[in-house]
Write a protein that binds this ligand. Structure first.
Ligand SMILES: [Zn+2]
Length: 433
């Protein structure tokens, strides 16, 4: 139970690379066999779907297994969900991010957690991360509220002064304060929540951001549009690589520096993009499901991530022997869903506001109904009078939203504080299920 994960971590950090797809299948086989034998809760879900214990023979075989959802895990206690051979294991608790409407505590062993982290680190090494580099990670502070990531469970290499990582809360700190904090930390690499990084790129002068002299940046957790990617990269003067992950899995995919496609983390997870239960083809969009190849304490098999993505080529043209995603549309809960059936990512509506950057101080997009979005805003000195300012905002955002959506600009003296862990730039109504 200890040797295999340790070997996985060492090989991820020190090489040589594996042949991903045969490795992936052998991990899947072992996970399914273990779950039948040791996890009565999840195997009861499988029996309910008409399956009986049997070794996994192919990926088609896996597709007979039922989809699992966050709500099933939420409804079951830790004692029930835990595999029987992990009864005495010490578990680490992680919270799902605040960007999903359903908060869920994730449990895994310390070693399982390190295995998953080591796949992310290996990707970062590929981007140019060095063992002695400092990383700063932007986050909401929600994890801290769940008692997660305290100093006592720092990754062991950090105790040797390697791969150091510090956290900066972009919810508690205003952009200028966040930049000061970053200047103190002198990071070589910045990662974390895309909207925290994006806000710095929007609101701070390039000279300040470029003086950080970063090697590269990574952005994850939320949707990152091509415009955001370009703006962040220009503002900080370094490449930005988008990663796609979830608390239940750590990293699921990471952007290829050569092609811009997303390499699936085939050795860490088995990802499926499905529409009506069937795999989609290159260029088609579907719902994302994943199986965690290294979580045995609480298995996640064909687990619905509530995300949408477009699948890409079966092999990346750069030569990496992995499947790809073209685009990650993001959290279903993050979108504005409108009565005409369309869903629009809030950033598509936020982008037109960039033309007002000289006088617009702060804004928040709040969806009030299936046919209306309010733009709450405050202005800097020298802004146009209220009525023309509101008309300009309504016109700009309205042209991005389309005729079926009413945009109402609401000038304010100051924006009310966002609730803890919530996004400060937009609030969407939850999707109807
Ligand atoms: Zn590639």
């Amino acid at each position: 139970m200890l040797l295999r994960p340790l070997a996985t971590i060492l090989r991820n950090l020190l090489g040589p690379p594996r042949d991903p797809l045969p490795y992936q299948f052998s991990c899947l086989r072992r996970l399914i066999a273990h779950t039948w034998k040791h996890n009565s809760c999840i195997s009861s879900w499988w029996r309910d779907a008409g399956l009986a214990p049997a070794p996994l023979t192919s990926l088609d075989d896996l597709r007979r297994y039922p989809i699992t959802r966050k709500s099933q895990y939420q409804a079951s206690s830790l004692e029930v969900l835990l595999s029987d051979d992990f009864r005495n294991a010490t578990l680490k608790k992680t919270a799902t991010s605040g960007s999903t409407a359903v908060p869920l505590a994730i449990y895994r062993t310390r070693l399982e957690d390190l295995v998953l982290s080591s796949f992310r680190l290996r990707t970062y090494f590929g981007y140019g991360l060095g063992w002695f580099d400092r990383r700063a990670t932007m986050r909401t502070g929600l994890n801290a509220a769940f008692g997660d990531r305290s100093d006592r469970d720092r990754e062991p290499w950090m105790n040797l002064g390697l791969l150091r990582q510090e956290y900066v809360s972009h919810v508690e700190l205003e952009p200028p304060e966040a930049l000061l904090r970053l200047k103190e930390l002198r990071p070589d690499v910045i990662g974390g929540h895309a909207d925290g990084i994006y806000r710095l790129a929007l609101e701070l002068p390039e000279t300040g951001l470029r003086s950080l002299g970063l090697k590269f940046m990574t952005a994850g957790v939320q949707t990152v549009t091509p415009e955001m990617r370009a703006r962040i990269s220009r503002a900080f003067g370094c490449p930005l690589y988008v990663t796609y992950g979830a608390s239940e899995f750590n990293m699921l995919a990471a952007q290829c520096p050569q092609t811009g496609l997303f390499h699936l983390n085939e050795e860490g997870a088995y990802v499926e993009v499905l529409r009506d239960g069937k795999p989609v083809r290159d260029g088609e969009e579907g719902e994302v499901f994943a199986t965690n190849l290294h979580a045995y304490a609480i298995p996640y098999v064909r687990y619905a991530l509530d995300d949408w993505a477009t699948i890409g080529p079966e092999r990346c043209p750069c030569g990496a022997p992995v499947r790809t995603l073209r685009e990650i549309q993001g959290r279903i809960a993050e979108f504005f869903h409108f009565s005409d059936g369309r869903r629009i990512h809030p950033f598509q509506l936020i982008n037109p506001l960039l033309e007002f950057i000289g006088w617009l101080r702060e804004y928040r997009m709040v969806q009030t109904s299936r046919a209306e979005v309010e733009v709450w805003y405050t202005v800097l000195p020298g802004a146009p009078p209220r009525d023309p300012a509101s008309v300009a905002i309504e016109h700009a955002v309205g042209s991005a939203a389309g005729p079926a959506v009413r945009i109402r600009a609401v000038p304010m003296d100051s924006l009310p504080p966002a609730s803890k862990g919530k996004n400060r730039m937009f609030e969407a109504l939850p999707p109807e299920r």
